[in-house]
Design a protein around this ligand. Structure first.
Ligand code: SF4
Length: 229
């Protein structure tokens, strides 16, 4: 019987980045390193890549490289491009013409700017906000007291499946997602046919910077060191 593999634990890996086994063949690895224990799967996955998937990853690597400026005098790299520039450049690299843009209505103003930037760069943009279709929350069994505003007679539910289907019917080349709620994003990602890149995720408290509590883990967000009630 094949020996059970340890549970992969990259999240706990304390090997310095440049010495990690996944970065260099002679690198170090902790006992539960998936690069060590999943060699066969890694080879199978590599063999399974379709030519278009390989090209996608090749172009992604070029885009990653172009996101940095190499300073020979410094012998190091400096990041130079915000994500929205990278998305535009990547879509160009892939020769995409029609982009799907799926966003949360809470970021309407931002969506208008993003759509303008994409159109300025000559893409045909198909966009759909989260409330598209005007399906009432009550039709999904959401009681009035669980509406954001229980005083309102009816609220529209977010419909990420419809957002995805609109993009699929339009046969967009590539999707850009912005600000969908937790869970709504999962449904959209599950249903979208063309590849997706996420420009931003929603975090209502941190100005859409979900890593802020992580950066402040030792100070204002130290309460996260205990399990939430
Ligand atoms: S693959 Fe191995 S070496 Fe790389 S981060 Fe994960 S545990 Fe560490």
């Amino acid at each position: 019987m094949e020996k059970a593999k340890p549970v992969p634990g990259c999240g706990h890996c304390d090997i310095p980045g440049k010495e990690q086994r996944c970065r260099t063949g002679r690198g170090k690895a902790p006992a539960n390193c998936p690069t060590v224990h999943y060699r066969d799967m890694a080879q199978d996955v590599f063999d399974s890549f379709l030519p278009q998937e390989k090209e996608f990853l090749r172009q992604s690597a070029f885009q990653e490289r172009d996101g940095y400026y190499w300073r020979p005098d410094f012998c190091d790299t400096m990041p130079v491009k915000p994500r929205i520039v990278e998305i535009v450049e990547f879509a160009r690299r892939m020769r995409y013409k029609k982009l799907g843009f799926i966003f949360c209505g809470g970021l309407r103003a931002e969506a208008s700017v993003v759509q303008e930037i994409l159109e300025t760069n000559s893409f045909l943009v198909v966009s759909a906000a989260c409330k598209v279709g005007r399906q009432p929350k009550s039709s999904f069994g959401v009681p009035r007291e669980m509406q954001l505003n229980p005083l309102q007679e009816e609220e529209t539910i977010c419909n990420p499946k419809l957002q995805a289907m609109i993009m699929n019917e339009a046969q967009v080349d590539f999707n850009i997602m912005m600000g969908l709620c937790v869970g709504h994003d999962s449904v959209a990602l599950k249903n979208l046919e063309a590849p997706v890149s996420i420009l931003a995720v929603k975090d209502r408290v941190t100005g859409h910077n979900p890593l802020m509590p992580v950066y402040l883990y030792d100070s204002y967000y130290a309460y996260l060191k205990k399990a939430l009630p």
